[in-house]
Ligand binder design. Structure first.
Ligand code: GRF
Length: 216
């Protein structure tokens, strides 16, 4: 790894389309950093194939091999810290992390969630948005805190829900938004434009009281 580039470790569990977007953004220079490693808790995750094709080191740390969340998270920390990352990026990582893990990476741990948080934390966000009769929906990048999907929101992208739309079509459209805002948010963090200050997130040195929203 070249010493001049910030190092990013990406945690995945599944398809890895966000990981692919980050790989492409790094290759295109839209992220001035390097993905040093990809770690999955699921040996079958297709994201591992994407990482290997991009010649990124991969590690599988299977959560079922650990007796509790803390020992699993400690194994994750040990592996992640081998790469001294500037940023740890959750990209479809389907495990709830312990407060110990989250504190260890405080201010340098980002997640992307497929809803306009604080609406619809947790799973099945697209169907829940449809069931709730929402007109708009989208995705949120946030710093991670111990409360699930509740950390400070920094970037959102939103779209209008089309009448008659299904959860499947909505998921595809939201995923496309994720692929554009996640690289951007990560680049802003690496540049120092976006950061966690003592009193919350800051953008260009000013408090970021509401997320930066892109309308599509
Ligand atoms: C994305 O919708 C992301 O927001 C959520 O999990 C999904 C991961 O998709 N956290 P992929 O594995 O990046 O394709």
């Amino acid at each position: 790894m070249s010493a001049d580039k910030s190092s990013i470790v990406v945690l995945i569990s599944g398809a890895g389309s966000n990981l692919q977007a980050l790989i492409e953004a790094c290759n295109a220079g839209r992220i001035a950093g390097k993905i040093a490693a990809v770690i999955s808790n699921n040996a079958q995750a297709y994201g591992l194939v994407r990482a290997k094709e991009a010649r990124i080191p991969t590690h599988i740390i299977t959560h079922t091999a650990y007796s509790n969340r803390l020992t699993f998270d400690q194994a994750l920390i040990q592996q992640i810290d081998c790469y001294t990352p500037t940023l740890v990026v959750l990209a479809g990582f389907l495990r709830v992390l312990t407060p110990e893990f989250i504190h260890h990476y405080q201010g340098r741990l980002l997640n992307i969630h497929p809803s306009l948080l604080p609406k619809f934390p947790g799973l099945d966000t697209h169907q829940r948005a449809l069931d709730a009769g929402e007109n708009v929906h989208g995705a949120t990048v946030h710093f991670v805190t111990p409360e699930l999907d509740s950390g400070p929101r920094v970037v959102q992208a939103q779209l209008d829900i089309i009448p008659g739309e299904t959860a499947r079509s909505l998921a595809q459209r939201v995923l496309a938004l994720e692929h554009s805002i996640y690289p951007l948010a990560i680049q802003w963090v690496l540049e120092g434009r976006l950061k966690m200050g003592h009193n919350g997130p800051e953008f260009d040195g000013k408090p970021l009281t509401t997320p930066i929203v892109f309308n599509t």
